[in-house]
Design a protein around this ligand. Structure first.
Ligand SMILES: Nc1ncnc2c1ncn2[C@@H]1O[C@H](COP(=O)(O)OP(=O)(O)OP(=O)(O)O)[C@@H](O)[C@H]1O
Ligand SMILES: [Mg+2]
Length: 258
C-alpha cells in the first residue's frame, strides 16, 4: 500500500510536469502564431553569409549561385553587403534575361546590414549575404545576423594566413551570435591537381568544419555570372554545375574532415 502511494505520487508529479511543459509549448506556439515578429527569432529559415577578408576567392560567385538555387525552393533574399555591388550587378543583368528563379536583391552596407537586414529577412524563406573582400563593418554586422558562415578559401599560403584574421573576427562576433556555424569551402581549386589534403588536416587541427565538395577553377563560372546567369542555366551537366549541386546538398550536412 505504502509503495503504491509513493509510486502514484511520483507518477502524478511526472504527469503534471509533462502537462505544464506541453501547456508552455502550446502557449509559445500560439504567441508565435499571433505575434510572429515579437516571439520568433530572425524569421528567415536560414541566413547564409559568404565572407572572407581575402578578396577574389569566389564569394560573389558562390553567393549568387546559392541565392538562385534557394530561389527555386522559396522566397530568397540576396543582400549585397559589398560596396563594389557585384551581386547586385549580377541581379540586374539577370532581370533583363527573364529567367525563372530570381532572388530579390538589395544593397545594404555597414550597420544597415544588421539594422535593416533583420527586418527584411523576416519576409523570406532564405537569405544569402555577400560580403566584401575585406574586414569592414558590413561583414561584422552580417556575422551577427547570419546562421551559417561560409568562408571560401583557395589553396594558397596567402589564403591560409588570411584565415587567422577571419578566425579572430569570428571569435569577436561570438558574444553577439554564439550559434553562428562556420564552414570553410575550398574554392577556385585547379581541377588538374589532387585535392589539397594539407588544408583538410589544418582545418581538423583548427576544429573547423570544411566542406567535402571543392569548387574548382572553371571558366564557365566567369561566362555565366558575367551574364547574370548560373552554371545550372548555362551548362547544367557541366562539372561546375555538379560541384555546386553537391555543395548545396552538403550544406545541410557539412562533413567535418580530419
Ligand atoms: N570557381 C571559379 N572558377 C573560375 N573563375 C572564378 C571562380 N570563382 C570566381 N571566379 C572568377 O574570379 C573573379 C572573382 O570572383 P568573385 O567576384 O566571385 O570573388 P569575390 O571573392 O567575391 O571577390 P571580391 O573579394 O572582390 O568581392 C571573377 O571574375 C569570377 O568570375
Ligand atoms: Mg565579391
Amino acid at each position: 500500500m505504502y509503495h503504491y502511494t509513493v509510486l502514484s505520487r511520483y507518477q502524478s508529479t511526472a504527469v503534471s510536469r509533462l502537462v505544464s511543459l506541453y501547456l508552455c509549448w502550446l502557449t509559445h506556439r500560439l504567441l508565435c502564431w499571433y505575434f510572429p515578429i515579437k516571439f520568433t527569432d530572425k524569421g528567415s529559415d536560414m541566413i547564409y553569409l559568404i565572407a572572407n577578408t581575402k578578396g577574389g576567392v569566389g564569394k560573389t560567385t558562390i553567393a549568387v549561385h546559392l541565392a538562385a538555387w534557394l530561389a527555386k525552393k522559396g522566397k530568397c533574399l540576396l543582400i549585397d553587403a559589398d560596396k563594389q555591388a557585384s551581386a547586385a550587378s549580377w541581379s540586374s543583368w539577370r532581370k533583363d534575361l527573364d529567367l525563372k528563379h530570381n532572388p530579390r536583391t538589395m544593397i545594404l552596407l555597414d550597420d544597415s546590414v544588421y539594422k535593416e537586414g533583420r527586418e527584411f529577412v523576416r519576409e523570406y524563406d532564405n537569405t544569402v549575404i555577400d560580403a566584401g573582400g575585406r574586414d569592414d563593418p558590413g561583414m561584422r554586422y552580417a556575422m551577427v545576423l547570419a546562421d551559417k558562415l561560409i568562408v571560401p578559401m583557395s589553396h594558397s599560403d596567402l589564403d591560409t594566413s588570411a584565415w587567422s584574421d577571419m578566425q579572430k573576427i569570428i571569435e569577436m562576433s561570438k558574444p553577439s551570435n554564439p550559434n553562428l556555424e562556420v564552414h570553410v569551402l575550398l574554392s577556385r581549386i585547379d581541377p588538374r591537381r589532387r585535392p589539397p589534403k594539407d588544408i583538410y588536416e589544418f582545418m581538423a587541427e583548427q576544429k573547423t568544419a570544411i566542406f567535402k565538395t571543392i569548387i574548382t577553377e572553371r571558366v564557365i563560372y566567369v561566362n555565366s555570372t558575367n551574364k547574370g546567369m548560373t552554371v545550372f542555366e548555362t551548362e547544367p551537366d557541366s562539372p561546375a554545375a555538379k560541384d555546386m549541386k553537391a555543395l548545396f546538398k552538403e550544406l545541410s550536412h557539412p562533413i567535418f574532415l580530419g
